[in-house]
Design a protein around this ligand. Sequence first.
Ligand SMILES: *Cc1c(COP(=O)(O)O)cnc(C)c1O
Length: 369
Amino acid sequence: MIGDVIEKEKSAIAFEPSSKPVPVEERARLLADPGFGRVFTDHMVLIEYDEDNGWHNARTTARHPFKMDPASPVLHYAQEIFEGLKAYRRPGGGAALFRPEANARRFAKSAIRMAMPPLPEEVFLESVRALVRADREWIPDTEEGSLYLRPFMIANGSFLGMRPSTQFIYAVIASSVASYFKTDSPSISLWVTRDYVRAAPGGTGEAKCGGNYAGSLIAQAEAVRNGCDQVVFLDAIERRWVEELGGMNIFFLFDDGSIQTPPLDGTILHGVTRDSLIRLARDMGLTVREEDYSIEQWRADAESGRLTEAFACGTAAVVTPIGRVKGRDGEFTIGGQSTGPLTLRMRSALVDIQRGAAPDPYGWIELVD
Ligand SMILES: *Cc1c(COP(=O)(O)O)cnc(C)c1O
């Protein structure tokens, strides 16, 4: 199996270079203003799985459409998981990944939750490295730019029975990206949805699966209708405790310099950014609480000035300040509705490590040669 082969021989993912790469001038034009998630690179990684062969046929090949049977289980029952991580251009050239083994571990956990075969973590890592090597020229050379890597796994095959599939496709695609939010505003606004929940105890909130997103899109649309950038979800039982955004974790910062974020209770995604920021904050000497925070308390603290800043975080959004929170019973603002000093400090501490502007005492950076 590939897992074993890769232990011994690093080149177990075959390389079939694209015969029609995007011309250099065209690529330069695309990289000048890539936006988020719409510019794709020349290659993709593919690995197949079936019960007889396990993971096999691993290759980096030209990016191309899938050909699938219309009865493929992913199309009907959403047996699908994904990851998101970035490759950064290094100051002296070369590329770096940020904590890719954390994504590999989470991907394996998501697979188990969705009754899919976990991809060996070393295979995940090697697949991501392989795509960065093939498409390193697609990493934008701009301050906010990076190569967003999207590993994912889908249930393939041809049957409509209600059981886990026995055939899967694992793939990695890459997108050259600038910052996630294109607003000129220095902060984002949140809509507190009362009608929809993202995750419930015993559900799939902790797994990074496409279904979680499909179920949250209506609430995100509700947010946009109400003039907000993003939706923030409350817990499913009491509809009171702040959980997270559709695809980002959330932090609250207080006037005593302490920081709070909701605990990982099974319904919240274990963000790598969240985890890294907790570590950085503690090492800055700040008090970090992983404790529930209610929507009423949030409002009261914002109004009294006890809460001075709040931000959303994730690989895509990095650290994005929250300036305004709106719900069906009114709205409140936070601090000066711009990037507060502590948000800025935490953001810089993270980004400087990711981009190689600061030393990496944690061993979070992996250089891709
Ligand atoms: C991916 C994701 C995050 C952020 O996780 P990172 O590892 O920091 O990118 C947060 N919440 C949800 C629901 C997510 O899907």
